[in-house]
Each structure stands twice: as C-alpha cells, then as structure tokens.
Design a protein around this ligand. Structure first.
Ligand SMILES: Cc1cc2nc3c(=O)[nH]c(=O)nc-3n(C[C@H](O)[C@H](O)[C@H](O)COP(=O)(O)OP(=O)(O)OC[C@H]3O[C@@H](n4cnc5c(N)ncnc54)[C@H](O)[C@@H]3O)c2cc1C
Length: 478
C-alpha cells in the first residue's frame, strides 16, 4: 500500500536511512511540522524525516537526490515567512533537525561554542551563561527556534545594534551539501582570509543551498551590569533623536533600543490583562545598557536621561530597580507580539530603513492605511536602533478572513512601495521564505538576479533544496 503516494519500497529506504523512529508519515504525527508558529501558514509533505546524526542527514540527502524527492529543511518552525512550510504542497519531505541537538563544545577560553544545528537557541544561551559567557542572539522565539534555523535565516533580534546579526556571530558552519557531501567549515578561527568566506553563502540562504548540521558561534564576556529604563517620548522623531544622542551620551554601551507605538500596549494586554503602560506618551522606548563591572552604568544612564529630559527629548522615565522590573518592561515588548498572533490574520511586515528615515516610514505608512483602508489598525514597533520597524496592521474586528486577506495583500504591497521609495528593505530580519518571493524578485536588478541564480544552480543544480522558498518557481533558476 502506498502512503501519501510514497511506494512501500521508498518508505522502507527512508526508514533505512534514519531508522523507524526518524520517519513520520501519519497525518496526526506530521501536523506540528506542517504549520508555522503564526497559524497563518499550513503546508504539505509526503513524510517528515528526523535524522539523529550528521551521517543520517547525509544519507537522507543522497537518497532524496536519487529518488528525486525535494527537501524542506526545518528547525524550530518559528520563521514567520513560510520558509520551512511547503504551502504549495509540492510533494517534498520535511527534514527536521530536532533530534540533532547536542552542544558539542563550550570553550570559554577561546570564547567559542559549537553545537548541532538542531540545538534550541535558549539552550545555547544557558550553556554559555554557565561558563560566565554571553551568546547575545536574543529573540522572542528563543525557547523554540534552533541555532541552525537562526543561521539559515540570519536571525536578528533585540541585541543587533551592539553585537550584530547571526551573520556577525557565526564563526563557522558544517553543512550537508545538496549532493550529500559534508563541508566542514568549523575551524574556530576568528580571522581566516583564505579566499571566499563560504559560510556566508549558507547564512541567510533559508535552506535553499544545503542543510546546516553544525554551528560554531562567538561568545562574549557576560555583562556584569545591565540597566534598563522605560521612557516616554512625544513622537517617533523624538525617539530617533534620542537614539542619536544616546549612542554618544551612553558611551556606546546600548545593547537594546526598542520603540513601541502606544497603540501596541493593548496587544500586550491580550496576553496579560494586568499589564499597565509604565508611561503615558505617544511613543514608548525600552533602552538597555550593559557593560563589565568597572563601569557605573546607572550613573551614566541617570546623567544621560536627565540631560535628555532637559532638552525635551523624553517626557517620562522609569528605571528598572530589580531584575523582576526589567523583566516586566520586556514582557510588554514580547507580549505585544504574542497578542497580535491572538488577533488572527493581520498584515505583518519586517521593514528596514536608515535610522533617520524611521519617522518618515511610519508617517507615510499610517497615512496610506488611513486613506486606502480606513478601519484597519496600524501597530508600529521595532528594533529602532537598527532601523528595523515592524509596521503591522490589524483588520477591523468582524471582517471575514477571506476579505481581510485580500485587503491585506493590497496593504502589504502599498507598504513595500513606501519602503522601496525610501531606499529600504522589505525584509530586515525574517527573510523571504514563500510569502515575499514575488516582491523580492520584482525589486531585484538584473545583475543581482543573475548572481543568485548562478549560486543556486552551482550549489543545488537539481533544485532539491527547499523548492518555492526564496525563488518563486523552479523556472526562475532553470
Ligand atoms: C515570537 C517570535 C518572535 C520573533 N522575533 C524575531 C526577531 O526578533 N528577530 C528575528 O530575526 N526573527 C524573529 N522571529 C522569527 C524566527 O524566530 C527566526 O527567523 C528564527 O531564526 C527561525 O529559526 P527556526 O529554527 O524556527 O527556523 P525555521 O522556522 O524552522 O526555518 C527558517 C528557515 O531556515 C531554514 N532552515 C531551518 N533549519 C535549517 C537548517 N538546519 N539548515 C538549513 N536550513 C534550515 C528553513 O528551511 C526556513 O527556510 C520571531 C518569531 C517569533 C515566533
């Protein structure tokens, strides 16, 4: 009997590659691998394979190549652009890295950590902390996303302005290539100028060039001091001006600078009804400073904020007096993201502009929505220190989902037009996946298209890896 159209001999071959524990074909067992965190995207697969070793990943890739079965690499499935969900259900297999999840090495002397790709980000952060080190990649999904997924999507998060994106934090990768061969790029070297930096090809490739099986990351000394304050400002212009002053005024020790339009607070309350906005202002700023023990961060921050208040850059300021209070401030920022998901379908963007263009982006976007789609509710927040704004728009309550999705597509297109006119990017950190490839390709100059097509053809000539992700169709690169 065939299962999902897979003949028994193919099923037996797959089980031979990963063992019976490593193959799931029943609908109930596959459910969690076929839908993403947002609940917006659902896909199909003929099977879910869960290799437990690098050798098994190689065996899977070789077998799939021989059988002509396409592969969707999957980490924690927290990506928000359907990169790991085959929404067009092209008959591929999902290869989940969840069983390849060991921390291989924590080398505090060299400030290096090496882990299997399926290791949960939070586990890596905890292992670093046990050695008095910091792995600074920090995002709301860190309890579920995997370091391989972080590498494949070049994840960002709240500490980018101080430590950089995944691309800046990764020292080396180990990758199973599309022909099943293993490339070991784990050298522990911080400087290595021998030709092309191959790891950078795979970082941000969203599973389209190979399967990442191992990741080597940079560690940092764990900050001995952290100061957090929640501020009220009069406008997004004031928030940007504050950031400019804060970089100098706080000796470039800022590790996070998040802005939150006050309209977003209601979303956080959907997660915790007890949340009360710490300040009453049109725009809120969450600022965090961190440093080694020798710096009196509190004094630095107090002096800077007193000066900012005098200059009229802020209207209110609250210091976190304890770790618990800092956590409560962050709960607002994290809660609003989860609260949005509770509202069901909504327009979700991840835009980047130069920092000084943030006010223009938000102003133009709000005007566009008010004019073209009155009743829709814009929510603006983001990692402002990196020019990264999530300008999301909630449909009016009661609007049927099908109508919301139609209008949502129009709103998204309008927002992309605005960000393009400002010379920005339609994806600051979430990637392209399957939800943005048309807009991505439409905005590419011919040489850019040629280069990425050549790379795809060179590394994955049979188009085995993650079809439909990043590239709109197989034809695009044939
Ligand atoms: C609440 C919440 C908050 C978030 N906040 C942020 C944020 O601040 N910054 C940010 O950048 N992102 C954020 N995200 C998005 C998401 O968490 C990141 O993109 C994360 O890096 C995805 O990791 P993952 O393991 O879940 O990957 P998945 O979602 O499983 O996959 C993402 C992509 O990588 C590919 N892939 C996964 N593993 C591998 C592998 N081992 N080898 C090759 N390809 C692979 C997949 O095919 C897919 O294309 C957030 C998501 C949520 C739900």
């Amino acid at each position: 009997m065939t299962v999902h159209g897979i003949p028994p001999e193919v099923l037996a071959a797959l089980a031979g590659a990963v063992g019976p524990m490593g193959v799931t074909v029943d609908a109930a067992g596959m459910t969690k691998y076929l839908g993403d965190w947002s609940g917006d995207h659902h896909g199909g697969a003929v099977a879910v394979l869960k290799p437990a070793s690098v050798t098994e990943v190689q065996a899977v890739v070789k077998l799939c190549g021989a059988l002509g079965l396409r592969i969707i690499p999957q980490g924690g499935n927290t990506g928000l652009v359907a990169g790991a969900v085959d929404i067009e259900a092209r008959g591929a297999v999902v290869v989940s890295l969840e069983r390849l999840n060991a921390i291989r090495l924590v080398d505090a002397g060299n400030f290096i950590l090496q882990a299997d790709a399926g290791c949960i980000l939070q586990h890596i952060k905890d292992a670093a902390e046990e050695q008095d080190c910091l792995f600074p990649l920090a995002l709301g999904a860190q309890g579920s996303c995997q370091i391989g997924g972080n590498a494949a999507s070049n994840a960002g998060g709240v500490n980018v302005l101080r430590y950089g994106m995944a691309r800046d934090l990764i020292l080396g990768l180990e990758v199973v290539l599309a022909d099943g061969e293993l490339w070991n790029g784990l050298s522990g070297l911080r400087k290595d100028n021998r030709g092309y930096d191959l790891k950078q090809l795979f970082i941000g490739s969203e599973g389209t060039l190979g399967i990442i099986t191992g990741v080597e990351v940079k560690l940092f000394p764990r900050p001995a001091r952290v100061e957090t304050a929640y501020l009220g400002v009069a406008s997004f212009e004031a928030a940007v001006a504050l950031f400019r002053e804060a970089r100098r005024g706080c000796s470039d020790l800022i590790s996070a600078f998040e802005i939150i339009g006050s309209e977003c607070i209601d979303l956080a309350r959907l997660i915790d009804a007890n949340i009360v906005a710490p300040v009453d202002a049109p725009v809120h700023v969450l600022i965090e400073l961190s440093s080694g023990g020798a710096v009196d961060l509190r004094a630095l921050l107090v002096e800077f904020l007193a000066d900012a208040m005098e200059k009229g850059l802020i209207t209110a300021a609250l210091f976190a007096e304890s770790g618990a209070q800092a956590k409560a401030f962050w709960a607002i920022r994290e809660g609003l993201v989860e609260g949005q998901a509770k509202r069901g379908y909504h327009v979700r963007t991840d835009l980047a502009v130069r920092i000084l263009d943030i006010p223009a982006l938000i102003d133009q976007a709000r005007r566009f929505v008010a004019l073209e789609h009155p009743g829709w509710l814009p929510q603006a927040y983001g990692h402002a220190g990196d020019g990264n704004i999530h300008f999301n728009v909630l449909p009016p309550l009661g609007l049927a989902e099908r109508d919301a999705r139609t209008a949502g597509a129009d709103i998204t297109a309008g927002l992309y037009q605005i960000v393009n006119s400002l010379g920005g990017s339609i994806s600051a950190e979430h990637g392209i996946g399957r939800t943005r490839h048309s807009a991505f390709w439409a905005g590419l100059a011919p040489p850019h298209r040629r280069l990425i097509t050549a790379l795809k053809n060179a590394l994955d000539p049979a188009g085995l890896m993650n079809p439909g992700c990043l590239f709109p169709s197989m034809e695009t690169f044939s």
